[in-house]
Write a protein that binds this ligand. Sequence first.
Ligand code: 13P
Ligand code: SF4
Length: 308
Amino acid sequence: MAIAAKEERLISRIERLKKERQAIILAHNYQIGEIQDVADFLGDSLELAQKASRTDAKVIVFCGVHFMAETAAILCPTQTVLLPDLSAGCGMSEMISGDELRSMKAAHPDALVVCYVNSSAEVKAESDICCTSSNAANVVRSIPEDREIIFVPDQYLGAHVMRQTGRNLILYNGYCPTHFRIMVSELEETKAAHPDALVLAHPECTSEVSAQADQVLSTSGICLESKKTDKKEVIVATELGILHRLKKENPEKEFIPACKWCDCAHMKVNNLENLLWSLEEMRYPVVVDEAIRLRAKKAIDRMLEIGK
Ligand code: 13P
Ligand code: SF4
């Protein structure tokens, strides 16, 4: 069967089952193009958490990585949250365990804990307030100036927030293995080859890379700014999956990746086949231990009250 015809058949079966199950498909901006196109809603981590918290769909199929689906499961205990492939982890979120955070808290007993949403439910349960790349600075600003703050797990997002807010944070040494591949030397060469281009970077990039950017934004922030700009060329320092949305929304502009290898394998395990399979077999439900869920929800709810 020709690829287009096969895709069409998969999409029509997904659409039919979605109605039968009263399901909604949420997808992150890094998903493969076919998934982005079939999703009911496409966004960054904050927008996806907000959408999950407001939907009355019975089933939420989460096309993203595990911590995102887990966040939806924490917010929506009466709905079924499905992740099409359980191997969709996150290198950064796996860098910190509940025990490691508890040791940090023991060393700084008066500090409040801000955790990046790229973390496990257990780490969120140990935290006071959650944040995403689009609201981390405002989350930190919401904390009284005289309070010590532990920020986990992303040292680069933490460093970016310190520059934005002028606040001192106690950082953990986690990082995103995908964004770490973006080399400042390569970005400098790309900028020299495209001197008029706007440079947009994600805050998970190293501080050296972020320093080279015109703006440091969440994935949806990058999409918004790419639409707004009059520049015809945009250099993008983040995961390559975002290029599909950027090109689709701005066909007249050229998008140049800062690194050709910035590909998150975890984000790429979802495809039309396992999305359909997920709806057919109701696989894989993401369930969080109730005691942990209730504690983690407090940290997420506090973040959602702040919004952006
Ligand atoms: P956003 O919240 O900006 O979409 O980022 C999520 C992520 O995992 C980036 O690597
Ligand atoms: Fe995690 Fe990095 Fe992949 Fe985002 S890009 S999901 S932070 S490994």
